[in-house]
Design a protein around this ligand. Structure first.
Ligand SMILES: Cc1cc2nc3c(=O)[nH]c(=O)nc-3n(C[C@H](O)[C@H](O)[C@H](O)COP(=O)(O)O)c2cc1C
Length: 192
């Protein structure tokens, strides 16, 4: 009976999904893309969605300090609150940014047994960076979903800076979120 009540409570609780901005550079476009995904996600009402900006945590470069910076603990605490992720991924030299890789390396258990979707952008939709991220997620035991909206720097941005996404991406974002929510819910049962 107690177990049943706990299972029902878990089924009724909304999942917490972090929309993680992968770039931190001055002039980056990732906040525009993250806000767009959050707007679509919030309309669904099926989870608590929040933007998680790596830049806010001021993480040092891994291994170069004594590891006592408050941002490191805060980063792990934030990830621990989340049940799933949507990574906003931009392509830098055919891979993910150094900032995102550093942030991924700064946590371990807080990533494990959770699900993630990817929204990427670049000259070829950020596809090469996204595929690198999938390899990293395997090691971190993050279940990456199949549907993957890819945005073009040439057609979804004006002058490579002002985000003007084509309508066709909307269905893909929702399909990616459907899969992320389903797997985040399923994996939550593993972590209890
Ligand atoms: C260091 C660097 C390397 C880049 N390399 C690539 C690349 O290999 N492929 C690509 O499609 N775009 C590349 N770009 C272009 C970025 O995808 C584009 O500038 C994008 O807006 C970066 O995301 P951000 O504005 O959120 O930082 C590169 C940009 C930078 C700054």
């Amino acid at each position: 009976m107690k177990q049943l009540r706990r299972t029902n409570k878990m089924a009724n609780e909304k999942l917490n999904i972090g929309i993680i901005l992968g770039s931190t550079r001055e002039g980056r476009v990732s906040p525009q893309v993250g806000e767009w995904v959050k707007e679509i996600a919030d309309k669904r009402g099926d989870a608590n969605y929040e933007i998680v900006d790596i830049a806010d945590f001021q993480l040092p470069f891994l291994g170069t300090t004594d590891g006592k910076e408050p941002g490191i603990a805060a980063w792990n605490e934030k990830l621990a609150e989340l049940d799933g992720f949507v990574f906003i991924v931009q392509e830098y030299n055919h891979s993910i940014t150094g900032a995102l890789k550093n942030a991924l390396d700064f946590a371990r258990e807080a990533w494990n047994n959770k699900a993630a979707g990817i929204v990427s952008y670049g000259s070829t939709g950020g596809a090469r960076a996204a595929e690198h991220l999938r390899g990293i997620m395997g090691e971190l035991m993050i279940a990456d979903v199949r549907v993957h909206p890819t945005l073009s720097l040439f057609t979804d941005f004006e002058n490579y800076t002002t985000f003007k996404p084509a309508d066709l991406h909307l269905d893909n974002v929702n399909a990616m979120l459907d899969q992320t929510i389903a797997w985040s819910g399923a994996l939550k049962t593993l972590r209890k």
